[in-house]
Design a protein around this ligand. Sequence first.
Ligand SMILES: CC(C)(COP(=O)(O)OP(=O)(O)OC[C@H]1O[C@@H](n2cnc3c(N)ncnc32)[C@H](O)[C@@H]1OP(=O)(O)O)[C@@H](O)C(=O)NCCC(=O)NCCS
Length: 215
Amino acid sequence: MTEILIYGAGGFAREVAWLVERCQNSGQSLIPVGFIDDNVNSHGKIINELEVFSLESAVAKFPNAGFTVAIGSSQLRERLTEKALQAGLFEVSIIHPNTEASRFIEYGKGTVICAGSILTTNIRLGRGVQINLNCTVGHDVVMEDFVTLAPGVCVSGCVHIERGAYIGTAVSIINGTIDKPLVIGAGAIIGAAACVTRDIPPNVTAVGIPAKPKN
Ligand SMILES: CC(C)(COP(=O)(O)OP(=O)(O)OC[C@H]1O[C@@H](n2cnc3c(N)ncnc32)[C@H](O)[C@@H]1OP(=O)(O)O)[C@@H](O)C(=O)NCCC(=O)NCCS
């Protein structure tokens, strides 16, 4: 049984604790053992029957544990992943047992996929990719390291989402082509409910239908 520490202690962390339990109940050898929070005020608290630890005390108590980072922000998730690795924990992927996915998907380390998502075929996920509830991901999609899909995102075929981009809830991304994938640039943020119809440059926030960089 792999003990899982959940880095984060907010609402999404509680959802990920449920996700780990759900994996355990479906026969995966994972068990949630606690939350990690950098906020000292929360250390020792119990949230949904699991204790909140500092990183140091979590590693001392569970030296062989794996971890998952339950933080929506792509950049913060990357920083906390490095911190946990340096502290001696190892990255674990947590994938809901009812995720619909073909055999032709490459998963990076530390992938999180919540309930209700469908990934079709020839998809490559980088490290630390987070796919929240009820997303669909079409054929020939690439998501680089630390990409985040909020709930209800639809990614059509032939889309390339670069490192650390954040796709807000209920965003639709139309398809590219094999020769010319639609590209969402590194670090871009797509606002909730946008429809992405063209490439989005790196590090911009784009909103609306069609999605345009906002001032
Ligand atoms: C786009 C976003 C990043 C902007 O955040 P922000 O910079 O803090 O923006 P503000 O809330 O200050 O709003 C600034 C303006 O943008 C507008 N705006 C904000 N989000 C918008 C969106 N998704 N679509 C269209 N307009 C939006 C606001 O109405 C406001 O307009 P105004 O100046 O005319 O009043 C954010 O609103 C968003 O959509 N985040 C995704 C949230 C999400 O999906 N969460 C899922 C959690 S699991």
